[in-house]
Design a protein around this ligand. Structure first.
Ligand code: HEC
Length: 141
C-alpha cells in the first residue's frame, strides 16, 4: 500500500516536471520577445539620482567652464594653491564660502604667496559661491 502511494507520488512528480518542461519549451519556441528596454534603460529613479549628482557638481562644472584650471588643480599646486589645500585651510561654512566667493570675483594675493589671483568680475556671486562650496567639499584632513 505504501509503495503504491510512493509510485503514485513519483508519477505525479514526473507529470509535474513534464508539464514544466513543455511550458518552458513553449516559452522558448514562441515568438515571445521580452522587452529588454525596461532592464537596460535607466529607471526613472536612476535618472533622478543622476540629476541630483549634476546639481551637486554644479560648482565643479562652473569651474571647468571658467579659466580656473589654468592656475588650479584639485590636488597639486600650480600657479594657485591646490583646491584640496584650500579646502583643508577653510572650514566649509557660510562665512568662508562668502569670503572665497568674494576672492574668486575680486582676485588678490598674500594668502598663499605673492602671486595674485586674477579677478573674475563676470562671475555672479551665486556662481562663485557654488564654486567655493564645491572646492570646500574636497577637504582631506
Ligand atoms: C591666473 C591664475 C589664476 C586663475 C585663472 C584662478 N586662480 Fe584662484 N588663485 C590663484 C592664486 C595665485 C591664488 C593665491 C592667492 C593668494 O595667495 O591670496 C589663488 C587662490 C584661490 C583661492 C583661495 C583664496 C584664498 O584667499 O585662500 C580660491 C578658492 C581660488 N583661487 C579659486 C579660483 C577659481 C574658482 C577660479 C576660476 C574662476 C580661479 N581661482 C582662477 C591663481 C588663479
Amino acid at each position: 500500500m505504501k509503495n503504491t502511494f510512493t509510485l503514485l507520488g513519483l508519477g505525479l512528480l514526473l507529470v509535474a516536471c513534464g508539464g514544466e518542461t513543455s511550458e518552458n519549451e513553449r516559452f522558448y519556441e514562441s515568438d515571445y520577445k521580452p522587452d529588454t528596454t525596461q532592464v537596460t534603460g535607466p529607471s526613472p529613479q536612476a535618472a533622478g539620482s543622476a540629476n541630483n549628482a549634476v546639481a551637486m557638481d554644479q560648482g565643479a562644472k562652473l569651474i571647468s567652464l571658467s579659466d580656473c584650471l589654468a592656475c588650479h588643480r584639485e590636488d597639486e599646486k600650480l600657479v594657485g594653491p591646490a583646491y584640496v589645500d584650500v579646502a583643508n585651510k577653510y572650514e566649509a561654512n557660510d562665512k568662508n564660502i562668502d569670503y572665497l566667493a568674494g576672492k574668486i570675483i575680486e582676485g588678490g594675493s598674500g594668502v598663499w604667496g605673492q602671486v595674485p589671483m586674477t579677478p573674475h568680475p563676470n562671475i555672479s556671486k551665486e556662481d562663485a559661491r557654488e564654486m567655493a562650496r564645491y572646492i570646500l567639499t574636497l577637504r582631506k584632513e
